[in-house]
Design a protein around this ligand. Structure first.
Ligand code: PBG
Length: 331
């Protein structure tokens, strides 16, 4: 809008505060810090060297030793925490290795806790899909249906094993009804009353988990996860899932994936007064890495822009495979 004299009125001058990098920095509404990031890591039993994941360039399945080294690097970079996924050598219908004391993920938790103490928050993803031979997140009936309540008993036992191994936070991702209550009860009963639960509360049945299934070797051998994970068109349901998890005792909640679900991140963040995390998943990582490799986007700017967007939408912390690299950029 221009006045007769030609001067633009004061209220129209949005560019004033953008004119120098220092002004933009001073007026930035969203800031990123290393402590906002949680790095998902994969540890595999029975390998002698880290195994690269082809669909996630730069991400590997770790040996116990390479994981310890990566964890030290993560601590040095100042990130908030790690979330662990284990890949056992032997899988079976009930996912026995998830709660075996000598199971790979529990051994890894023990070692990292001994190495790092409380320097990083060690989170344990709690699910069965990496541990079951059928690749589903729970116990499957002969008819091929994922059976909710028997699965809760398994989750309860896995939660105790993970807490005992040294996890600071238990993060159930299986999307069974009642999982938070079952895990809270189990943890309390075993004396882990101070171990918080970060619930994957609004987890969608997403195509963006594709590369993760290579990384964690947990692709369903039949069917898909649409009967337990949320349907992408739904938004109100996410609030219901979140409310239910909080009522069951969740200490913090997560939305997953992140970028295609920023509206959900915002609605959840507006609705609750507990910490909200968002998981920038494997497909989000792969998509951007692929475009960057082709020279189609500026890799670093694009990564930081996505992380900023997720924080701007309302997530307090972001689970991201770029956690350590991004943290170093911010130092
Ligand atoms: C396990 C789990 C999955 C992811 C995190 N926990 C896979 C799935 O639900 O199929 C996906 C993470 C990613 O894609 O980065 N239930």
């Amino acid at each position: 809008m221009t006045r007769p004299g030609g001067a633009t009125p004061a209220f129209a001058r949005g560019r004033r505060l953008r004119s120098t990098p220092a002004l933009r920095r001073l007026t930035a509404q969203t800031r990123l810090a290393p402590a906002d990031f949680v790095l998902p890591v994969f540890v595999k039993e029975g390998i002698t060297d880290p195994v690269p994941i082809s669909s996630m360039p730069g991400v590997v399945q770790h040996t116990l030793d390479s994981l310890r080294k990566a964890a030290h690097e993560a601590a040095d970079a100042g990130i908030g925490g790690l979330i662990l996924f284990g890949i056992p050598a032997e899988k079976d219908p009930v996912g026995s290795q998830a709660d075996a004391a000598e199971g790979i993920v529990n051994v890894a938790l023990q070692q990292l806790r001994a190495d790092l103490g409380d320097e990083l928050v060690l989170m344990a993803d709690l699910c069965l899909c990496e541990y079951t031979d059928h690749g589903h997140c729970g116990i499957v009936t002969p008819a091929g249906v994922v059976d909710n309540d028997p699965t809760l008993d398994r989750y309860a036992s896995v939660a105790i094993a993970q807490a005992r191994a040294g996890a600071h936070v238990i993060a159930p991702s299986g999307m069974m009804d009642g999982q938070v209550a079952a895990i809270r009860r189990a943890l309390d009963g075993a004396g882990y009353t101070e171990t918080p639960i970060l619930a994957y509360a609004a987890k969608y049945a997403s195509s963006f988990y594709g590369p993760f299934r290579e990384a964690a070797e947990g692709a369903p051998q039949f069917g898909d996860r649409a009967t337990y994970q949320m349907d992408p068109p739904n938004a109100d349901e996410a609030l219901r899932e979140v409310a239910q998890d909080l009522a069951e005792g969740a200490d913090a909640v997560m939305v997953k994936p992140a970028l295609p679900y920023l509206d959900i991140v915002t609605r959840v963040a507006d609705a609750v007064d507990v910490p909200v995390s968002a998981y920038q998943v494997s497909g989000e990582y792969a998509m951007l890495e692929a475009a960057a490799a082709l020279g189609w986007v500026d890799r670093r700017r694009a990564i930081l822009e996505t992380l900023t967007a997720i924080r701007r939408a309302g997530a307090g912390s972001v689970l991201t495979y770029w956690a350590v690299e991004a943290a170093r950029w911010l130092r």
